[in-house]
Design a protein around this ligand. Structure first.
Ligand SMILES: Nc1nc2c(c(=O)[nH]1)N[C@H]1C(S)=C(S)[C@@H](COP(=O)(O)O)O[C@H]1N2
Ligand SMILES: [Mo]
Length: 521
């Protein structure tokens, strides 16, 4: 199947294409400089609206994987075509160096054209050149045109004879040629796997906060949260703080903007007495706090996983807003991020907010808005703009990104108690631990009740200690001894004494409601 120079070249070229994409990913990560991004963006932009709506309704979050998969395949194909052209050119000159240079040079040009970044393009070019250089053999290596190996044939294209699948005799060296090609292809695939894995490991944000006292301040808060928490038997359930790599993520764009602290600034525009631009150095010079703040996405299902808590390091927004003296009629503001995201809500809600540059004692990771994001206590996740660049004070209300798409997700969060799979743990002595988190925004969680008989009777769950933070979830835990199958129901009561609404609704447009029910036992 890989006999013949053309087929062998096609296989090598495909491997080189895959290696080029992997190399680009290794060099740049999931950033705008990754060669797949412009093609993925084009697919997203060119897909007609009804198809997008159908895909979201049918595939949900998997829709992202589908268009990313298409983009990766298309870009690998483009690099493969370039490598193939390089191999065919070299077939005429019979020189390995020509093959490697043509494939590598072509890949570099293609990568630079796609991303506009010439140094980063080497990440794609070098692996492509390496695969083609290692796998290239003179056309004569395939025989039968050459009865004896030509002088440029590599050592392992020996004169041993092989037997083809159909039993016929193959020309000298074909087995060795095949082995070499497959070896190079396997090596390229190994590189693809290693690049993907290596990047994943390094992606977990672990840059410490810029100066030591601040890291220590955050560490102290993390310990306080830990001390306030319940010890769950479940190993897989987060405690009071979600680790950075496991904190949920919602982005309108597939690729995080790359903004350095030195480049970053926040500008107040629109209906202000004075416009103002704040740089990163000015921001971190302001009074620093370490706050526990929980985020929940309005788009998640009732028992969904888009609810997490972290300790954020930053500074209150109120003094900055007061310094520009907003004048607009609507007392509302449009916040904008570097990725093109925007959301609008009242200035007095914004004034309660926090500008964060640290998360769990580390620099804010790129996926969560590096270098600076907004955190708005008690409101749905969409108000917490990442990669924040502008706060425009408006004179009339206007829709944000999600509101334009039918959501009403800028208001206060609904009360919820979760019971995820990881929260149901057999203790080995016949008892079962039911455990999870409950959240009610700034109203706070006062009580969590558990029913093991479908809602006929209720028992109070144990709760983690209350914390001074205005907007933080609580853990709950209840152990019981099942006797056959039980319908477990959980519900929370907020700090105003209001019981979580049992009326069931989906997440559109303003967040799911109802009580989480699970069959246990
Ligand atoms: N710039 C920007 N900010 C954003 C978003 C976005 O896509 N771009 N998504 C919003 C939504 S819908 C949610 S729920 C939260 C999620 O924050 P996280 O990804 O840090 O968990 O960020 C909000 N802020
Ligand atoms: Mo969200």
């Amino acid at each position: 199947m890989i006999n013949g120079p053309k087929r062998r070249d096609a296989l090598l070229a495909a491997a080189a294409g895959a290696a080029a994409v992997a190399g680009s990913y290794l060099a740049t990560g999931w950033t705008p400089s990754f060669v797949v991004r412009p093609v993925d963006q084009a697919i997203v932009n060119l897909t007609p609206g009804p198809v997008v709506t159908f895909a979201i309704a049918t595939f949900g979050d998997a829709g992202h994987l589908i268009h990313i998969g298409m983009a990766v395949a298309a870009v690998a194909g483009l690099f493969g075509a370039v490598a193939f052209a390089g191999l065919r050119v070299a077939a005429r000159t019979e020189r390995r160096a020509t093959a490697a240079a043509a494939a590598g040079g072509g890949a570099w040009l293609l990568a630079a054209a796609l991303t506009g970044v010439s140094i980063g393009a080497l990440g794609a070019a070098l692996p492509a050149a390496a695969v083609v250089g290692a796998g290239w053999l003179p056309p004569s290596a395939d025989g039968p045109a050459s009865p004896s190996p030509s002088n440029s044939a590599p050592d392992d294209a020996s004169d041993r004879e092989g037997i083809a699948a159909d039993g016929s005799r193959l020309p000298a060296g074909v087995d060795a040629v095949r082995r070499r090609t497959l070896g190079v292809v396997a090596g390229a695939l190994g590189f693809v796997v290693a690049a993907a894995g290596g990047r994943r490991l390094s992606a977990a944000g672990d840059d410490p906060l810029p100066d030591a006292p601040r890291s220590e301040g955050a560490a102290v808060r993390l310990q306080e949260l830990d001390a306030a928490g319940l010890a769950f038997e479940s190993d897989d359930l987060h405690d009071m703080v979600s680790p950075i790599g496991e904190f949920y993520n919602v982005d309108i764009a597939e690729f995080d903007p790359e903004v350095t602290a030195a480049e970053w600034s926040l500008t107040f525009t629109g209906e202000t007495e004075t416009d103002r631009t704040v740089t990163f150095d000015e921001l971190v010079d302001r009074p620093v706090e370490h706050r526990a703040i929980t985020l929940r996405c309005v788009g998640e299902d009732l028992n969904g996983r888009k609810l997490d808590n972290a300790v954020w390091t930053g500074t209150p927004i109120r003094p900055l807003i007061e310094s520009v003296d907003p004048q607009g009629e609507c007392d509302c503001a449009m916040l904008r991020g570097e990725d093109g995201y925007y959301v609008q809500f009242p200035v007095d809600v914004l004034a309660e907010g926090f500008l964060a540059w640290g998360m769990n004692g580390k620099e804010l990771p790129s996926g969560h808005g590096h270098p600076v994001r907004v955190l708005i206590p008690g409101h749905w996740g969409e108000t917490n703009v990442k990669w924040l660049s502008e706060i425009e004070l408006l004179s009339v209300e206007d829709d944000g990104y999600w509101e334009e798409r039918g959501w009403e997700g800028t208001g206060e969060v609904k009360t919820v108690a979760k019971l995820w799979d990881e929260g149901i743990t057999e203790l080995g002595d016949g008892r079962v631990e039911l455990a999870g988190h409950a959240y009610a925004g700034t109203r706070g969680v006062e009580r969590v009740e558990v029913s093991t008989d479908g809602g006929d009777s209720w028992t109070d769950a144990a709760l983690s200690d209350g914390l001074p933070d205005a907007d933080v979830w609580r853990q709950w835990r209840h152990v019981f001894e099942p006797d056959g199958e039980h319908e477990v129901v959980v519900r929370a009561t907020d700090g105003t004494g209001a019981l979580q609404s049992g009326e069931e609704s989906g997440s559109v447009p303003s967040g799911a409601s109802g009580w989480v029910r699970r069959t246990v036992g």
